[in-house]
Structures are given as C-alpha cells and as structure tokens.
Ligand binder design. Structure first.
Ligand SMILES: [Zn+2]
Length: 319
C-alpha cells in the first residue's frame, strides 16, 4: 500500500473519530463522560468505525440498529464495578436463533466472512496475514462499537494452542482489544473456532491478584474459581490448564489481555447464557434496563461458576 493511500485512510478515520466524539458529546451529561472513560484505544475505535460504516453501506446483513442507541453505565457490587451495556436490539441477531449443531460451512457466517476476506478483502481490520491463523473482522451485530470477531482460518480446528493465546495477547498489546473465547457450555453461538474482542476497559484487568503457585494467580473477590496466568510462559501454562479442563469435560472460558484468565464453568451456559464478556465483568443488557443490578449480575455469575470447595484443582493442574 502506498503512503498516500495510507494517509488518506488515516484522514478518513480521523474524520470518523471526530464525528463520533461530536455525536457522543451532544448526548451530554454523565453517560457520555463514562463512555469516554471506558474506551481503551480511540485510534483503534476510529479505524473500526470506518471499516464498519463501509461494510454497512455495502451489505444487507449488518445490524439495523444505530450504534448511538447503545449506552454504557457502571454498577458496583461486592467491590467490583460492572460495566453494563444496554443494547436491547442485539437479541434479534441472526446467530442467536440458529440451533447449535455441528459445523456446516454453507450455513456458517464465519466461513462467509473468511470467503469475503479472501475475495473482496474489505471486511477485515488488519492485513489478513497480520494475526497468522486468524482474520479480525468487525462483529456485524456488535455489543458495542469496537466489537470484533477473530476467526480461525481453519473451521475444523478445535483445540487452543499456546500460539493462539500469544496472538490474542498481542492483539491486546498492539491494538488494545480485550479478547475472550466462548466454547460449548460457555455461551458458544457459532461452532467455528473464534475469539471475540472489544476496546472497552473491563474491570477484570484491574482487580488485584493473589499468587497461588509459580505458574498461576487468582482474583480473590471474583464470583467463582478462576486462574490467572502472567509472565513469559503465561500462554503455555494457560494452554496446559485449558487442555486438562477439556479432558476432564469441565466447560471453561478464556479471557486474554496482557494476562490470561481461565474460568471453569459449573453450569452449562447455552446461547444467551453467561459468556466471556460477562466473565470479564461486563454485561450486555438486552431488556428493560431497570431490572439489571450489580447484585443480580454478581449472583448470576456466582451461580454459574464453581466455588472453591466445589472445585478439585487436579481438574486443571493434574497432581
Ligand atoms: Zn465456519
């Protein structure tokens, strides 16, 4: 790509960003202030907004709700500040109503995005090779602005390797995306290997950790058993724990930032259940915003997750 084209794209993104900030400031009051506080990386958001708007102008399968209609607020409970996204239109998204079954390429939206990535090349945020096995595309029915789906190029892949986790940590380090991975039993919607990411600041990354042993830590006031892997071999140690949980048929959730969080799930979470975004201490509210409270979210998570005396640590760490 020549420098001229790159500059003109940057100018367009700058313009989108400026327009977005103006539209937010017109909303006025505390809500827009708190939205500003929760965006992690404005430049990446401008880039996302530019690509998303381009896709929306060309395609019929992009959400029909205006992104300005989605609002954020915080709810504090048990010392944890939850970020609640009010997005009542998202429940009509196409994948929410399709039965979960085996992967069928012809019916799979993510295979459709891969094909588009190879052919039109207009649906990805970065060069298609930048994240090796993955293509990073805007989620067409986003939780909030800056929501991406990170699609594995091999639809038959079913195991998380250390290098996958390293790539997700790099997506956080280089672009600011907090990334999560849903599986069968932890709110999976599409049976094609993928992660999701968002540019919001979620509180999981700011809660204090207690060291458990040389390989892992835990967040003490998190609503259930959790393992946090940090440092140079975080991806290897996390991948070992995930493999063991999978072998022991314990559902689990993975969240990646500059750390890797692994959360075993006690009660099967189907579509619409608690998934990675909720486990990262955000929450998507799809109905009447009067009903959701920090206490309700906390108790829902506590109910879905293992408490310490219910969990045998050999399920994750062997002997
Ligand atoms: Zn697929």
């Amino acid at each position: 790509m020549s420098m001229d084209i790159w500059l003109s794209n940057m100018e367009k993104q700058e313009w989108e960003w400026q327009k977005f900030r103006e539209s937010q400031s017109q909303l006025g009051g505390c809500e827009s202030t708190s939205e500003f506080e929760h965006i992690r990386n404005w430049n990446e958001l401008a880039h996302w907004t530019y690509i998303f708007n381009q896709l929306k102008s060309k395609r019929q399968d992009v959400c029909d709700y205006p992104l300005d209609s989605i609002t954020l607020r915080t709810e504090k409970h048990n010392g944890i500040e939850f970020l609640v996204v009010h997005n009542p239109n998202r429940k009509g998204r196409p994948n929410a109503v399709v039965e979960l079954g085996g992967h069928k390429a012809a019916e799979c939206n993510l295979c459709g995005e891969l094909n588009r990535g190879y052919n039109s090349k207009d649906n990805m945020l970065f060069n298609g090779e930048e994240f090796s096995d993955y293509l990073v595309c805007p989620n067409l029915w986003p939780i909030y602005r800056g929501h991406v789906v990170i699609i594995n190029k091999n639809p038959k892949k079913d195991k998380i390797h250390p290098w996958d986790l390293e790539e997700m940590m790099r997506l956080y380090r280089e672009h600011g995306y907090l990334v999560w991975h849903n599986k069968e039993g932890s709110a999976l919607t599409i049976p094609h290997e993928h992660f999701q990411g968002i540019l919001l600041r979620l509180f999981i990354n700011y809660l204090s950790l207690k060291q458990m042993d040389s390989k892992s830590s835990t967040i003490e006031n998190y609503p259930g058993v959790n393992f946090v892997f940090t440092g140079q071999d975080a991806n290897k140690h996390a991948s070992d724990a995930i493999s063991r949980l999978d072998e022991n048929k314990i559902y689990n959730e993975i969240i990646c930032t500059d750390k890797i969080y692994v959360v075993p799930v006690k009660k099967y979470q189907g579509k619409g259940g608690y998934g990675g975004f909720e486990f990262a201490l955000g929450y998507v509210e799809l109905g009447d915003n009067e009903k959701v409270t920090g206490e309700l979210i906390f108790n829902g998570l506590k109910n879905a997750l293992f408490q310490h005396k219910e969990f045998d640590y050999r399920w994750a760490f062997g002997k």
